[in-house]
Design a protein around this ligand. Structure first.
Ligand code: AMP
Length: 131
């Protein structure tokens, strides 16, 4: 069965898309730690990030770099933090989280509740900066 992230890539489930190419896809995390919290995934369905073939893993990192630069421009923050958990969704992904302080990337804290309009606005802002 396809993972929820493959279903997003295939357009069966909606997402707030930031960017994509033939191999990678970036979209807003629906339970964000901060405004602009983004997930970057390979389109290939592999559960564990360190099981990706080396070319896909390096490509994913380079794609995430471009997304992080777009987040940096669009969202006011000191840094874009990077995290890999993968405890919930069995499809490799990188979390990119705009940071102003260490606790902004504490996954135990309550997630933000944003309206669909705000998610759309944020996705458009970041997407516009993606080069
Ligand atoms: P983890 O696998 O532990 O890295 O967590 C999976 C992340 O995916 C969580 O932060 C969820 O909020 C996020 N997530 C799960 N389903 C969706 C979805 N349909 N759209 C966007 N983000 C999602």
């Amino acid at each position: 069965m396809a993972t929820i992230f493959s279903r997003i890539v295939n357009g069966e489930i909606p997402s707030y898309k930031i960017a994509e190419d033939d191999r990678f896809y970036a979209f807003l995390d629906i339970n964000p730690l901060a405004e602009g919290h983004t997930l970057v995934i390979p389109k290939v369905e592999v559960n564990y990030i360190f099981d990706l073939d080396p070319d896909t893993l390096s490509g994913l990192t380079l794609f995430a770099q471009r997304v992080a630069k777009a987040i940096d421009k669009a969202m006011p923050c000191k840094r874009v933090g990077v995290a890999v958990l993968g405890l919930e969704v069995p499809h490799a992904h990188i979390h990119l989280v705009p940071l102003n302080k260490e606790s902004d990337i504490d996954f135990r804290k309550p997630k933000l509740k944003l309206t669909p309009e705000r998610f759309t606005e944020i996705a458009q802002k970041i997407s516009k900066e993606f080069k």
